[in-house]
Design a protein around this ligand. Sequence first.
Ligand SMILES: [Zn+2]
Length: 258
Amino acid sequence: MIWHQGPPPYLTFARLGQGQRHAVFTRLGGVSQGHLASLNQSLMVADDPTHVHENQRRAQAVLHCVPEQVVNCQQVHGNHVAVVTAADGGGVVPATDGLVTADPDVVLTMRYADCVPVLLYCATRGVVGLAHAGWRGTVQGVAAQTALVMMEAFDCLPHEISAGIGPSIGPCCYEVGPQVIVAFATTFRDEGVIGAPTRHGHARIDLWQANAAQLRAVGVRSIEVSRYCTYCHRDTFFSHRGDCGRTGRFAVYLGLLP
Ligand SMILES: [Zn+2]
């Protein structure tokens, strides 16, 4: 990924291609205080709303968009995908972990702290998709589902879709217990998603590889993995596990160029 100074600082994927605008923000460059310092973008973590709104304003200035163009969603760790237009601008789509648009007046956004951001772009048809894939969303295939909606709703061809898999908890740090291992073992066979046993039925899971494998399974070939682990880099990113559940959320924004 490419690091941009901002302010506020943000990262971009080199391989997503021309015709779209996106930014993966960090926890740096905002006004939130204490454990939410400083660029917390979530109103759901008991932050001062004036701080969150200022942080959102700073992020949206980087994207050159206004709040009325931004489509947000209520993330619920599922695999529902919504197609949105400018009519949804400024709104929050309920119970959705995948957003797709072909409307250049729309900028999609979601918030993260260890879960996997998946950015999708089809330059040929002019379509973008954004997904939120924690372990539950990954097992339910939300990233691949988002790509499939781009194909079904807008005739995108899979090999024309570029993907970016963003900062999230990495295989170095994502140790899980038997329940999660069983869920992954029934979904993934030989993709190298489940690591060697660590202790008492625990193992490390590779969410990056899992999401990449699911995207490849629906024909997406151009995939860039950021390889930033939020737990390892919790000075730069919010990490739900690294901060023991008491933390903020960083944002990803993705839209077409107007
Ligand atoms: Zn790590």
